[in-house]
Design a binder for this molecule. Sequence first.
Ligand SMILES: [Zn+2]
Length: 416
Amino acid sequence: MQRVLVIDKNKTPLMPCHPARARELLKAGKAAVFRRFLFTIILEEREGGETQPVALKIDHGSSTTGLTLVADFQSGKRVIWAAELTHRGPAIRDALLSRRQIRRARRQRQTRYRAARFNNRRRSAGWLPPSLKSRLDNIWTWGMRLARACPITSLSQELVRFDTQLMQNAEISGIEYQQGELQGYEVREYLLEKWGRQCAYCGVKDLPLEVEHIIPKTRGGSHRVTNLSLACHDCNKKKSTQTAAEFGHPEVQAKAKQPLKDAAAVNATRWALLERLKLTGLTVEIGTGGRTKFNRFGQGYPKAHWIDAARVGESGGAVKLSVTHLPLLIKATGRQRRQMTTPDKYGFPHTKPKISSIAYGFKTGDLVKAIVPAGKHVGTHVGRVAIRKRPSFALKGFDVHPKYLKALHRSDGYSY
Ligand SMILES: [Zn+2]
């Protein structure tokens, strides 16, 4: 059950409460809704309160990030709140690409002499491509929003796909596949990375891959990672008791002996996120992808970003959660467009330059409630408003005067 975030009258975060309790408090007039998304209530009277340790766990994915709050109750660790945050990624790249193309075309036009500009632009240290930076900023924004409404005491993040300590020089130190269950998961992640997530023999992708012995066990092959590759079920079956060379793939044998170049499997954003999380001063636990999978399969939960987030790190081994828990779905949408007018098919401006998107205290994208007293659209409507020819704003396909509008949630660059 998604708990409701609670703050006291001084806006100090308290322990999130059960939604039934929140309803009671709201009905009795002891609390008021403080914010609609990241649903938070504010207690009118109370100051301070008892809190338990709460961990914010993050599973940073390329398109979606899982954010989960796990409380450490006396009865054990339990998920109390979860969200899945969808990033903008490709939209940012496309927008920048189109801006670049338009600028280039404009500057190439032989309209007047332009002196060449001195090339003194340099990227600062820690620069990230804008699409990656946006992901990082999204996570940071939501981490801060949560921290303002919930007494977070620690952070967990999945940093790398497999344990570098465990797997460093895996080929040399002779890590074996069946050394304990957890290590099995780390080895699998390692092999996936090494063999590019595809069958080593036929190159098929997106099929379940099996860990396969290059020199079969029956022919004296070992469990060491230098003797392991990944194969699809068909290839594994066809290969049977042949060695890779006999099966017609001597290159597999050669590749297995080469150490994995970038053993850290570094993901720039994950490291940058770690650096930022450290700035909070809270303890940051780091986990591996192998550990997350191990924790997930150990308890038979389905694959979901918020569940993976709950499973991050060593502390993710014993977290109770309900599979029917509905996480808050957040989508990063951005705020505005830089384009001033829309062009027609010949590239000429076809609309008027855009006007301000703020008017009468409303902004395009605000979630509003409209109570229309009379006319064709009489009744109550809830939706996102768009600022149009003033003073009449578009809401759900018709126009409403701002005097009938009440803001429920201000536009903040995300949709829910
Ligand atoms: Zn295959």
